[in-house]
Ligand binder design. Structure first.
Ligand code: FES
Length: 156
């Protein structure tokens, strides 16, 4: 979808009312796989919602991302249980191997050039199975450094 195509689509799908902010963001995320900054600006204009509020909503939900994802997505749980049960070490290990986690900023196309994107994710509700790691939407619990290496090897 091109930029000039988005306005008519938003006009057709979403009345100009702030209550449609989340549905519009989910629609965009479904279309692009992430939320490009330019699309957030158009949503702000269309719904008459301040850009800061749109950005706030876009960054409040873990299922919405602002960066273009790589071909595969590895997410390490940074919740308290996981982080202190080895999640931090897994993140360090993965950062060395895959490069640092993507910055939380709009219009980052960096992820598109990566085969594997790395992110931290808040609690995945698998706390008794800490540390937890999600690979392409599938969660794994009690993950060791060896396990995570095997999981990543499968993606390369
Ligand atoms: S803290 Fe990681 S799943 Fe809850």
């Amino acid at each position: 979808m091109e930029r000039n195509e988005l306005r008519p689509i938003l006009r057709e799908m979403f009345p100009r009312d702030r209550t449609y902010l989340l549905p519009a963001l989910h629609f965009l995320h479904g279309e692009f796989g992430y939320l490009p900054g330019w699309a957030l600006q158009i949503v702000s204009w269309h719904l008459r919602v301040p850009a800061s509020e749109v950005y706030g909503a876009a960054t409040s939900y873990t299922e919405l991302r602002l960066q273009h994802p790589g071909e595969h997505l590895v997410r390490v749980c940074s919740g308290l249980s996981c982080w202190h049960s080895g999640g931090r070490d897994l993140m360090r290990l993965l950062s060395k191997r895959l490069g640092p986690a993507a910055p939380d900023a709009c219009d980052s196309e960096e992820g598109a050039s990566r085969k594997i994107s790395l992110e931290e994710v808040p609690c995945g509700y698998l706390c008794p199975m800490a540390p937890a790691v999600e690979v392409d939407g599938r969660w794994y619990g009690r993950v060791s450094a060896r396990d995570v290496s095997i999981l990543v090897d499968r993606l390369v």
